[in-house]
Design a protein around this ligand. Structure first.
Ligand code: NAD
Ligand code: ZN
Length: 246
């Protein structure tokens, strides 16, 4: 635990927590780039490829259901709970997350304070009419047919409600993330390699706008050189003492 970090949290009143896959590894969900991570075995399918053919969509769903085996039943960990507490006492104004696992919601952070830059993988949406589809329903259709599931309302293409590589970023979330970033006095990037843009642009924006930037990650990140505080440590063990959770 860095005392500089503790001081920064104490002295700030409008903190933004920005999280990546690293905060969820302690919940048993593999991250993106660590050795042995899911993505080293199963590369993500780009959006244009997904749109190309029913065969590619079926393959995308096959991979999705495979990956979901690690997501189903995962519970928020000490890191998520510490952030939820900091939101609850009014220190943290927003949680901007690149994660799609719904664990910030499950830890009790109100949805109005969560900004999901890359969508949510716990449900699906029709790309044409926007209707929400539950994964159980999609899985049943997938298992029963040779084709990728189609929308029950409009026969449109159904896709996990996540943002794929090559898919445009959600406008409203990008706007809310920018607003929160410009209003914060401390921006804390947690468990992200900070290599995925435009998401990784937010810590840069915060710093340029005069906020303090802290980075908590077990290994160095691409933005360490512009940070005020860099903590290379485990996330749960670093965040829990801030709110006396352990
Ligand atoms: P990343 O995998 O690129 O980086 C995660 C970082 O967290 C790594 O540098 C790793 O060293 C660090 N880390 C892992 N566990 C840690 C721990 N317990 N303590 C401290 N550090 C730890 O992840 P990213 O930057 O979020 O980019 C990956 C993309 O993939 C994201 O855009 C996200 O949408 C998606 N993704 C999401 C999930 C999820 O929802 N849980 C999981 C995998 C990938
Ligand atoms: Zn539809």
């Amino acid at each position: 635990m860095s005392s500089l970090f503790e001081q920064a949290i104490e002295q700030s009143s409008r903190i933004v927590m920005f999280t990546g896959a690293g905060i969820s590894t302690e919940s048993g969900i593999p991250d993106f780039r660590s050795p042995g991570g899911i993505w080293t075995k199963m590369s993500p399918i780009n959006f244009d490829v997904f749109l190309q053919s029913p065969e590619m969509r079926r393959e995308a769903w096959r991979r999705k259901f495979e990956i979901d085996k690690t997501l189903i039943g995962a519970d928020p960990n000490k890191g998520h709970m510490a952030i939820a507490k900091l939101v609850d006492i009014g220190k943290v104004t927003h949680v901007i997350t690149q994660n799609i696992d719904n664990l910030h919601q499950n830890s009790g952070v109100p949805p109005s304070k969560i900004i999901e830059l890359h969508g949510n993988g716990t449900y699906a949406k029709c790309l044409d009419c926007g209707t929400r589809h539950e994964l159980d329903e999609v899985k049943a259709l997938y298992d029963a047919s040779d084709d990728a599931p189609a929308c029950s309302q409009c026969k449109g293409i159904v896709k996990s409600a996540t943002v794929s590589f090559g898919q445009s970023m959600p406008e409203e979330e990008m706007r809310r993330a920018e607003e929160a970033t410009l209003a914060c006095d401390l921006f804390v990037a947690i468990g992200s390699s900070l290599q995925v843009y435009p998401a990784a642009g937010f810590p840069i924006l915060a710093k340029r706008n005069g906020a303090k930037l802290a980075i908590l990650n077990r290994e160095p990140t691409d933005l360490d050189q512009i940070a005020d505080i860099v903590i290379n440590a485990e996330i749960g063990a670093t965040l829990a003492p801030l709110v006396r959770l352990n």
